[in-house]
Design a protein around this ligand. Structure first.
Ligand code: SAM
Length: 333
């Protein structure tokens, strides 16, 4: 296989993939789909290892491209592997992999956008497990395009908060790649320089771990950045049990004024005439010190702030629909 004129690989696989060879074709990496391919089998094996036990489990791989991670997954012999790839040009190569895995793995190829993929259909035969018990034998694995990964993780966190989609089966695990800086943000603890809204959102619903970093030079074509492999495992007891959009709104409002003391940002949750009363009330209900900056607040404290905001919204229903940005726009017009 060659991409951008690079000769990429001629694959020899172990076990049931022994006779599989990827035919020589020319495929151009599409920049708009952020196609940076991993060709080092040691790295793709390491990504799959980070997902934990997948033998006899159900796996969805996001964006398999020419199938290097796919092969590492197939070597572990999952019960079922669904690959969801947007670029139909990879279909022949993926079909060869499916053929090579024969009856060993039930492999399903879906050409389409992962954002509209229906996991409930794909994992129809997978066993569900109680949210408070062991996680189900289901894993989502992917070396995603950077442009899609952050957006996707926010969507998936929303689905986790509602126990829908892949999380209607229980606490389905994720092993995903992100631009290294984004991986650092996802796991950033309180006071860390990378701590942001994404850190708090991820940590409210998941146990997060930045497993390792892959140097940019391991990809073809080489991206300008290094890549972090992150596992996200939904928490048995998420730190908040509130509507996702409400939590997102509170956190966005706080982190919009990242370098200022928290009360500055928090005030923007309330209509101007109510700020004098409700701003201090938010912090006192939550029992959080407002004389710190947004990245100095712990995830637990943010959970309490969100609950306090919810209580205030119940007392003053007009607060919930208040949107500081919309007000600004109206003023500007
Ligand atoms: N997994 C391969 C690897 O590691 O070499 C390819 C990784 S490449 C960074 C990302 C892949 O995701 C590409 O094959 C691209 O076509 C695919 N992709 C991009 N957007 C997608 C989407 N919304 N849904 C599914 N696949 C997508």
């Amino acid at each position: 296989l060659s991409i951008y004129g690079y000769s990429i690989y001629s694959v020899k696989q172990e076990n049931f993939l022994d006779d599989f060879e990827v035919p020589a074709t020319t495929t151009e990496a599409l920049r708009q789909l952020s196609q940076n391919f991993l060709m080092d089998e040691r790295i793709t094996d390491k990504i799959v290892k980070a997902a934990g036990k997948i033998h006899n489990h159900f796996v969805c791989e996001v964006g398999p491209g020419p199938g290097s991670i796919t092969r590492s997954i197939l070597k572990k012999a999952p019960k079922k592997l669904v690959v969801v790839e947007k670029d139909a040009r990879f279909l022949p190569t993926l079909e060869l992999l499916k053929e090579a895995s024969g009856s060993h793995v039930d492999m399903v190829i879906e050409i389409g956008d992962i954002r509209s993929y229906n996991f409930e259909v794909g994992f129809e035969k997978a066993p569900s497990s109680d949210w408070f018990g062991a996680p189900p034998p289901i894993h989502l694995i992917g070396n995603l395009p950077f442009s899609v990964s952050t957006n996707l993780i926010i969507r998936w966190l929303e689905a986790i908060s509602e126990k829908k989609s892949a999380w209607s089966f229980g606490r389905t695990s994720m092993t995903l790649t992100f631009q290294k800086e984004v991986a650092e943000r996802i796991v950033a603890p309180v006071t860390h320089k990378q701590r942001c809204r994404l850190s708090v959102m991820c940590q409210m619903w998941c146990d997060v771990d930045h497993k390792f970093t892959i140097p940019g030079k391991a990809f073809v074509p080489k991206p300008d950045v290094d890549v972090g492999v992150v596992t996200l495992n939904p928490l048995k007891y998420p730190l908040v049990n509130l509507p996702f959009k409400m939590v997102e709104k509170v956190l966005r409002t706080f982190f919009n004024t990242r370098q200022k003391l928290c009360n500055k940002g928090a005030d923007r949750l309330f209509p101007e005439e109510m700020r004098g009363e409700l701003g201090p009330k938010l912090f006192s209900l939550a029992d959080v010190n407002y004389r710190v900056r947004p990245f100095e607040i712990t995830t637990e404290e943010y959970a309490r702030i969100c609950f306090a905001y919810k209580l205030i919204c119940e007392e003053h229903p007009e607060v919930e629909d208040y949107n500081f940005r919309a007000t600004k726009k109206t003023v500007a017009v």
